[in-house]
Ligand binder design. Sequence first.
Ligand code: GLP
Length: 253
Amino acid sequence: MIATTPVIVFSSCTDACRHVAAEISQLIRERETLGLPTVLGLATGGTPIPLYQELIRLHREEGLSFRNVTTFNLDEYLGLDRDHPESYWSFMHRNLFDHVDILPSNVHLPSGIVSPSEIPAHCQAYEDAIASAGGIDFQILGIGRTGHIGFNEPGTPADARTQKIHLDPITRQDAAPSFGGLDKVPTEAITMGCGTILDARRIALLAWGDKKASIVKAALEGPITNEVSASFLRNHPNATFILDAEAASSLSQ
Ligand code: GLP
């Protein structure tokens, strides 16, 4: 099957991130002019770091303000408190929030230390908070080697909402170097579901490097299947794959 989802290929991830940051910046400024907040869905991993660097540059050098921005992150490891260096809370503060003027009360991530009995209520509260913020205007995604978006590992249904999941062995292996060993990588996480993600009004999936080429091809040209969560994006009316040349190198068109 040939992908109908828009795909934009850039010669470098720096150029790609400039393009995505410009779109986000325009959205924030337009909505601010109308007196409206902007709700961003944010991702972790190495992929969005150059995007966050460009947003920080736009804040410092071009007056882009995040005072009117609310954020919801995709996911968090279960078992890590906020101060753990590998928590996504730490990641987001280190790589973005500490460097812009976002209000701390507008930052949302699932908790990594919620007790098992409280997880369903915590997940429902996360869904409710997204809904009461007005839904996600712009969702940034990376893609795991299992094809996951957020932490929606193979087998997660398209309509799943925020929930606890078990991490795939491949995902845990990929995380092992930054944790200093596989045994230190959590086995579970809380993630927005595919249904939560697909409710966003605009989605940009970012992928760089030849390590992502085969899963990007599977997501765009293989069957739309819960074996590759990112393939569900082809059913979204306003999702774009933003790739560098290496990540796009296996695509047939
Ligand atoms: C983790 C995150 C995903 C991210 C993926 C890819 O699993 N939960 O949101 O897309 O890593 O990471 P990287 O961007 O480092 O390849």
